[in-house]
Design a protein around this ligand. Sequence first.
Ligand code: ARG
Length: 466
Amino acid sequence: MKPAPEAGSNKMWGGRFAAGPAAIMEEINASIGFDQRMAAEDIAGSRAHAAMLAAQGIISKADAAEIDRGLAQVLAEIEAGTFAFSRALEDIHMNVEARLRDIVGEPAGRLHTARSRNDQVATDFRLWVRKTIDQADAGLEALIRVLLVQAEAGAEVVMPGFTHLQVAQPVTWGHHMMAYVEMFGRDRGRLRDARARMNECPLGAAALAGTSFPIDRHATAAALGFDRPTANSLDSVADRDFALEFLSAATICAMHLSRLSEELVIWSSAQFRFARLSDRFSTGSSIMPQKRNPDAAELIRAKVGRIMGALVALSTVMKGLPLTYSKDMQEDKEPLFDAADALMLSLAAMEGMVRDLAPNVGRLAEAAGQGYSTATDLADWLVRVLGMPFREAHHVTGRIVALAEAKGVDLSALGLAEMQGVEPRITAAVFEVLTPAASAASRLSHGGTAPARVREQIARWKEMLG
Ligand code: ARG
């Protein structure tokens, strides 16, 4: 970074200062190292503000045109990577304005009429978070689409369903994939809710109290794609709820990604062999030649730590702050940027992993029959066919399972005579419900695992996505 343009005091606010800041003061105070990521938003906000000032007759049309031309050039320089950011100029707002002055001269000094860095940063940050919400929403949609492809291909593929990570009842691969579709669908809903609530423009709140200039806040709000201006100038500069809401939604989404990652780690292990991750999303070991490690899944599983950490960090920064703006709030950006990066990377990597994921159909079918997974189906059969009360059927089934366990076989491998030893009224027809496929197909209740029901859900989602 280049040295301060003027030795001594800051040219933006240095009027009452005789000396410049201590080096360590500059270091703790500057945010340009990270808030330069909001350059495009800052310039968009300034262009809207300058146009409004001219429309309201607060600055001349000629000055506004110069400002606009200059800001376009600043943006081009930043995008081209030729812009020299200065730490002495603290933040993106003053870096842009200082360069604007180099380019257009005196009119640049009129841009900051009727605004403050407090409403400016609140506006920039909202624009940045709004853009990020839209990107995350698109990432989630892409992930949902590949989950739907998996679900459709695996609608009939039986696998064990678990509770307590103990085999519970047979389900289908399609049903399991669709469970994540529901989760990621809710994540999109939370992001959209947050977006709708945050889409109000703080620009024009000025430092905290509003301004005596006849500004048109509705015009700047509309120009920047906001639904309306914010209603209270104090709240406008003091509020970071929009960032916290994004981080809350991001945390829940990252938690879902982490759960799916954990399943991929388990499923790809030699003990489970439920699914194979592609070479593109696996890594080898430098010492053990046989290894195929699910590193991407493990990293996504871990990223929730950073994202949830950002939520905790910003919540902690905001708690107890008196109205209105305090410099504490400059600490809002780094955690959020980091969380946004982690979320976007996780979504993209998960999309790739799910796209390539290959279920091991034979192994899943085998596992689906293990662990007495159809014991509930046997109990249900006793209720349905023999008219037994469910509690009694549960007890009888428990005794049959104990018998199978003692012999070391699955339920369907137990002979009819052996079952009849426990309950004489059992007939050979019982074997029809003891296979995992029959078990899954019979669960036709709304939201159940039967392929017919899962296909309905896939169709509903496809229709919603268009
Ligand atoms: N860099 C500051 C931030 O990120 C901009 C606002 C500064 N406002 C002020 N009154 N010093 O919050």
